[in-house]
Design a binder for this molecule. Structure first.
Ligand code: ADP
Ligand code: MG
Length: 542
């Protein structure tokens, strides 16, 4: 045990184990901020259309190549406790919006970096925390005020939102086509733009074709083959039974013993079992079903009879896929065969088994007004399809978020500059130290356009100066056109993002920065292996 000196007593008081490491006060701030800065610097180079990619190699040697903030942070297996808090910010962003993860982390890092400068000027963290909180609230107001109402029926603008999310990614070269598919997918799965479940867009990947040939299947692809080779490969005008119980003889619940004394008895027992199965299949055939999707097992005997009836059957389908099949085909999921009727069957124009790569898959397509669809991504290699999948998910998330919120903003750094401008104006009303904190927040916002410029090889000082002057002239959508190097109207360029991306990124960044600034004492318990995780520079407590 380590002793804690007590001035009034000669007896030392033991409170922490000997191996505990403790960092306090300014040192604690410095360590935490250093960790946050290191992390945000890492992802910063990936921001924007000209951002670079990261190659991540895990302990098994598996490789991921990506530009996606949250994926990078997730795969880095970060140990530092403060850095982990930033990873959480990215995850929240991913969960709430589905995009903007790099932005959220970069903003958090920059707020902390600016805070460090203030701490060095002897401004107490509580003052900074308060200033940041006020500035955060103003930023949200500015964003709301400058945002535009989304016309929910306008597919073109949704397409632009989807394309903005694909900029700089593997998907970019084919963004027109992919964005149209994203919009179509979302339109398909819902009539009510407030209530959209991204789960109803199933994503499947196929290696060995061009991204350009990616397609939207008006139905569901199940990564399973038919259960019996004798079944037809393709069924047109499929009438589909969705069953969530097994097509087999139930084993008895209690162990029972059957005494059979002569071979005839055995035969009649087997015959009876066979008859039960046959009756089940007959019952299915009578409804007119020619496809069975079963969530549980289908035994050999049942497979045989199904096949004899020319019924296409798949077994052990995931519950989530059963739900999707139900939404796509409008079939009802049945638990008890006794209850089935014609009206419970779903419909698909075609159900067929196709070979995708080395695997057989079941395509359920040409459904009527399907409320669940499949985005089939093609691409040259596994790395490519994986990265395209991440962009598609970002795009879908952005479209959903824009529709739910009905508000959108221009990107390319326009919002951040506008926030900074408003904050500077507001800070004039404040006195002394709080003013410094609000101004520091304003400067931190500029990290986004500055990084967009830097990552495109443009001069960040020139860009920021011109941007600010355009905004002073009232051009609220003025942003960095990273392709021409000029200041342009981001709205007119079609760089459009959901308002929620920006609101959420700023809210999370302020929360995490303030949480980290509030910490003035880090006590790491003394387990041997944890000592290495201690923030750099941590001193053993004495
Ligand atoms: P995030 O993980 O934060 O979404 P991205 O790498 O997707 O990071 O970059 C998003 C940023 O890139 C946003 O600020 C967005 O406005 C900006 N951006 C997207 N397309 C363009 C473009 N064509 N020109 C300039 N900026 C763009
Ligand atoms: Mg993005």
């Amino acid at each position: 045990m380590r002793k804690m000196a007590d001035q009034n007593q000669n007896q030392p008081i033991y409170v922490l184990p000997e191996s505990a490491i403790r960092t306090k006060g300014r040192e604690a701030h410095r360590n935490n901020i250093a960790a946050a800065k290191a992390l945000s610097e890492t992802v910063r180079t990936t921001l924007g259309p000209k951002g670079m990619d990261k190659m991540l190699v895990d302990s098994m040697g598996d490789i991921i190549i990506t530009n996606d903030g949250v994926t990078i942070l997730d795969e880095m297996q970060i140990e530092h406790p403060t850095a982990k808090m930033l990873v959480e910010v990215a995850k929240t962003q991913e969960k709430e919006v589905g995009d903007g993860t790099t932005t959220a982390v970069v903003l958090s890092g920059e707020l902390l970096k600016s805070a460090e400068n203030l701490i060095d000027k002897d401004i107490h963290p509580t003052v900074i925390i308060k200033g940041y909180r006020i500035a955060g609230e103003i930023a949200q107001k500015v964003l709301n005020n400058m945002s535009e109402k989304l016309k929910v029926e306008d597919d073109e603008i949704l397409k632009k939102i989807a394309m903005t999310a694909m900029n700089g990614r593997e998907a970019e070269a084919y963004k027109e086509k992919l964005a149209s598919l994203c919009v179509k997918a979302i339109r398909r799965i819902t009539d009510n733009h407030k209530n959209i479940d991204i789960e109803n867009v199933k994503i499947e990947k196929k290696v060995g074709d061009s991204i350009e040939n990616s397609e939207l299947i008006e139905g569901i692809i199940i990564d399973k083959e038919k259960v019996h080779y004798g079944m037809p490969n393709k069924i047109k005008n499929a009438k589909i039974l969705l069953l969530d119980s097994a097509l087999e003889i139930k084993s008895t619940e209690i162990d029972s013993k059957l005494s059979i004394t002569d071979p005839e008895q055995l035969q009649s027992f087997i015959d009876k079992e066979e008859q039960i199965i046959k009756d089940m299949v007959d019952k299915i055939a009578q409804t007119g079903a020619n496809v069975v999707f079963c969530q549980k097992g289908i035994d050999d005997m049942a497979q045989h009879y199904l096949s004899k009836n020319n019924i296409y059957a798949v077994r052990r389908i995931k519950a989530s896929d059963m739900e999707k099949l139900s939404r796509a085909t409008k079939g009802k999921i049945i638990s008890n065969l006794k209850d089935i009727s014609k009206g419970d069957l779903g419909y698909a124009g075609v159900v067929e088994e196709l070979k995708v790569g080395d695997e057989e898959m079941t395509y359920v397509r040409n459904c009527k007004d399907p409320k669940a669809v499949t985005f089939l991504i093609h691409g040259g290699t596994q790395h490519v399809v994986d990265e395209v999948e991440r962009s598609i998910k970002d795009s879908l998330g952005d479209i959903i978020s824009a529709l739910k919120n009905e508000r959108v903003v221009g990107g390319a750094g326009a919002t951040e500059i506008e926030i900074a401008r408003n904050l500077r104006k507001y800070s004039e009303k404040l006195s002394g130290r709080e003013q410094l904190a609000v101004t520091a927040f304003a400067e931190s916002m500029e990290i986004i356009p500055r990084t967009l410029a830097e990552n495109s090889g443009l001069d960040p000082i020139d860009i920021l100066t011109s941007l600010k002057s355009k905004h002073d002239e009232g051009k609220k959508w003025a942003g960095v056109d990273v392709f021409t190097g000029k200041i342009s109207d981001s709205w007119r360029l079609g760089i459009i993002e959901p308002l929620k991306i920006k609101l959420q990124a700023i809210q999370s960044a302020v929360e995490v920065a303030n949480m980290i600034l509030r910490i003035d004492d880090i006590i790491a318990s003394g387990k041997e292996d944890q000592q290495q995780q201690m923030p750099q520079g941590g001193m053993p407590y004495q």
